[in-house]
Ligand binder design. Structure first.
Ligand code: KG4
Ligand code: ZN
Length: 344
């Protein structure tokens, strides 16, 4: 290997088939195929349907990434793949593909943690992560605050949701409002023309002194409020509900993230995961971080939702750290803990 490692990253933890190629912290390709259209009518991802879609999309997506990057498979230095957490069946498709490429090309294989990859991806846009930094990780399956000393190996959980993930709350509230799945983007869009102060939805655990979250009560409160309107035969002010719900989520997330920075005396916050694409969360985090003297980093929306570049970015960092690769017997682990960045 000459210079920065050229790494292929494969992502299949949910419904996005992602293949990314990076050279060190330089993004060369980020191809994503989504099977979301096939799940939309079920209101959630159907694991077996997603697994089959990954099988069909895998080779075209990989070939697309190589073409875009202008590199040949034989040129890469390593293959990184999401080993977990995620859906067991979908993870297996990506892990099998990664093993095939690694074995066929005679390159090392790195099975990496999806959550750490959501944090590592920011380096493709903003350079090396400060050490330590606090990470707010908000996706469809997770909402966590992490103390990241080294994204390739030292990640300490500071707090997490005790029930629904933030993205899950978006998806469920969208369903109540008759919006398509996944709910984040349509709620974000509807909220743009709504009044965030129209309805005061609850902010659970706001003053509880922990760094944990809870979104199940908020989701229920929104559903009850909407039901009451419908029962009364009144029109539901969808934009106001979306904006007020979004405000409650962004308020709690940013408050606790800043509290985590304060408690650990860490002046750098990075936000990652699909919900980090949310416009209100980004704007409020920016304002509150500025007031608190905290430097904020959030990747552009296209890098926040699941993709292969994030896996390649973490893989490149791990290669550079000199850690030994995974074995070809690498398992997929659907409940991989956030502390396990690299699976052997
Ligand atoms: O990280 P991600 O792509 O997949 C998981 O690892 O779960 O996150 C998906 C989640 C979904 O719940 C989706 O509704 C949410 O991210 N999301 C958003 C936005 N875009 C995606 N939530 C709020 N606002 C958005 N703009
Ligand atoms: Zn994700």
């Amino acid at each position: 290997m000459i210079g920065e490692p050229l790494v292929l990253g494969i992502e299949t933890s949910c419904d996005e088939t992602g293949a990314g190629i990076v050279r060190g912290r330089e993004l060369l390709a980020n191809e994503v195929a989504s099977s979301m259209d096939q799940h939309a009518r079920f209101g959630g991802v159907v694991p077996e349907v997603a697994s089959r879609a990954h099988l069909e999309a895998m080779v075209p997506v990989l070939e697309g990434a190589f073409a875009k990057a202008g590199v040949r498979p034989a040129d890469i230095d390593a293959v990184a793949v999401t080993a977990g957490p995620g859906l067991a069946g979908t993870l297996m498709v990506g892990v099998a593909a990664a093993k095939a490429y690694a074995y066929g090309l005679g390159k090392p294989l790195y099975g990496v943690n999806h959550l750490a990859a959501h944090v590592a991806v920011d380096q493709l846009e903003h350079g090396a992560l400060p050490s330590p930094c606090v990470a707010l990780l908000v996706s469809g399956g997770h909402s966590s605050l992490l103390l990241v000393r080294d994204v390739t190996g030292s990640v300490e959980p500071l707090g997490a949701t005790i029930d629904d993930a933030a993205g899950e709350a978006y998806d469920k509230v969208a369903r109540v409002l008759g919006m398509p799945f996944p709910g984040g983007p349509p709620i974000d869009k509807a909220a743009a023309s709504g009044d965030a102060a129209a309805i005061r939805f609850p902010r659970a655990k706001y003053h509880d002194g922990t760094l944990d979250f809870s979104f199940a009560g908020l989701k229920t409160a929104v559903a009850r409020w909407v039901e009451a309107k419908r029962d009364a035969g009144e029109p539901v002010p969808v934009a106001d509900v979306a904006a007020s719900f979004q405000e409650a989520v962004a308020d709690v997330l940013t408050r606790k993230a800043i509290e985590a920075c304060r408690r650990r005396d860490v002046p750098d916050l990075v936000i990652g995961g699909g919900v980090a694409a949310n416009s209100r969360l980004r704007a409020l985090a920016e304002r509150r971080c500025e007031l608190a003297g905290i430097r904020l980093r959030v990747p552009r929306p296209g890098l926040c939702t699941d993709n292969g570049a994030m896996v390649a970015a973490l893989g490149a960092d791990i290669v550079a750290s000199g850690r030994p690769p995974s074995s070809l017997g690498l398992p997929a682990d659907s409940s991989l803990p956030v502390t396990e960045v690299l699976v052997r």
